[in-house]
Design a protein around this ligand. Structure first.
Ligand SMILES: Cc1cc2nc3c(=O)[nH]c(=O)nc-3n(C[C@H](O)[C@H](O)[C@H](O)COP(=O)(O)OP(=O)(O)OC[C@H]3O[C@@H](n4cnc5c(N)ncnc54)[C@H](O)[C@@H]3O)c2cc1C
Length: 280
């Protein structure tokens, strides 16, 4: 096996151009499981941990760009947690402290599991995924990036460099259920984001469809309940109707982790919970 450890993004993309099909490695928390279970035997690995630019973030007046190699631990607290509470909440639910010290959004996007905890947040916050190759940077909206179960639109010569998210004011949160309380892959998850300046509400559902689902019908129904001051009513009836509408937009399946019926029910419960939290 050949292992390359580039120290700059330019070096990494030229190595990838030379060795197309090489496995990119960020935290290794997905890849090493595949290796340990003999599901994958790499010929060539390009390790990205020494590329400092991938492990940083930049905050401007309107946007925040987060390097694909920034570990979850750095999203749980500090400036990113203040700007994107939903991202912090999702980061806190990932694995254990050891996994959060190594695992990255780039790896979550690379694997592209519908149960990946970072992905509903990127969907609800309408993040742009920045992909770098030897020919430059291509920016793709999250909605066009994830195209199926563990499938994305990254080309083989591209490295996920970063994600860009527009700053917004208002309530954001993320919640998931699994088969136990911690160290667990999502059985159903919801990200809820209310932008009080634009009066918009975005809801994204994880683990209840082949890709992350934006519950667009429930979003527009809820937006029509936003009052002139852009606040949402603390109303139990609205919360229940909203939960039913979110459940109706899920497309869950039965599998080893759960049944479709439980998943449909669970996203409704989570959506209701987050909605009521947003009105406090
Ligand atoms: C014990 C345990 C618990 C876990 N719990 C959770 C959990 O609660 N929630 C959750 O969502 N996940 C969980 N995971 C899965 C994993 O931690 C996450 O998916 C994490 O985000 C993967 O990031 P990574 O950097 O470790 O990815 P890696 O393993 O390095 O890479 C994963 C995939 O992405 C590709 N990739 C990595 N970086 C890039 C890049 N910059 N550009 C292009 N492709 C790239 C790799 O080639 C590979 O295909 C868990 C894993 C373990 C082992």
């Amino acid at each position: 096996m050949s292992v390359f450890m580039p120290t700059s993004i330019d070096e990494a993309v030229s190595l990838l151009a030379e060795h197309q099909g090489a496995r990119l490695l960020s935290g290794g928390t997905d890849t090493m499981v595949e290796v340990n279970f003999n599901r994958f035997k790499p010929d060539t690995i390009i390790g990205l941990r020494r590329v400092d630019s991938l492990r940083s973030y930049e905050i401007t007046e309107k946007f925040v760009t987060i390097g694909a190699g920034l570990p979850y631990a750095e999203m749980e607290t500090g400036p990113l947690a203040e700007l994107f509470p939903a991202l912090a909440a999702a980061a806190r639910t990932v694995g254990s402290p050891q996994i959060r010290a190594a695992g990255t959004l780039g790896g979550n996007l690379g694997t592209c599991s519908p149960a990946g905890d970072g992905l509903p947040v990127l969907a609800a916050l309408e993040a742009t995924i920045n992909l770098r190759s030897a020919s430059g940077v291509r920016s793709v909206p999250f909605s066009e990036f994830m195209v199926g179960v563990k499938r994305n639109s990254r080309r083989l010569d591209e490295i996920i460099e970063s994600v860009t998210i527009e700053r917004a004011r208002g309530f954001q949160d993320y919640a998931k259920v699994g088969v136990r309380n911690a160290m667990v892959i999502s059985v159903a998850s919801v990200c809820f984001a209310h932008d009080i300046e634009r009066g918009s509400v975005k809801i994204a559902l994880g683990a209840v469809g082949p890709t992350i689902i934006r519950a667009r019908e429930a979003e527009s129904w809820l937006c029509s309940r936003v009052d002139a001051s852009n606040t949402l009513p603390a109303d139990d009836g609205v919360a229940s109707e909203f939960a039913n509408r979110v459940s109706a937009e899920a497309r869950p399946i039965d599998d080893h982790r759960s049944t479709a019926a439980y998943r449909r029910h669970a996203v409704g419960v989570l959506a209701r919970r987050l909605y009521l939290r947003s009105t406090r």
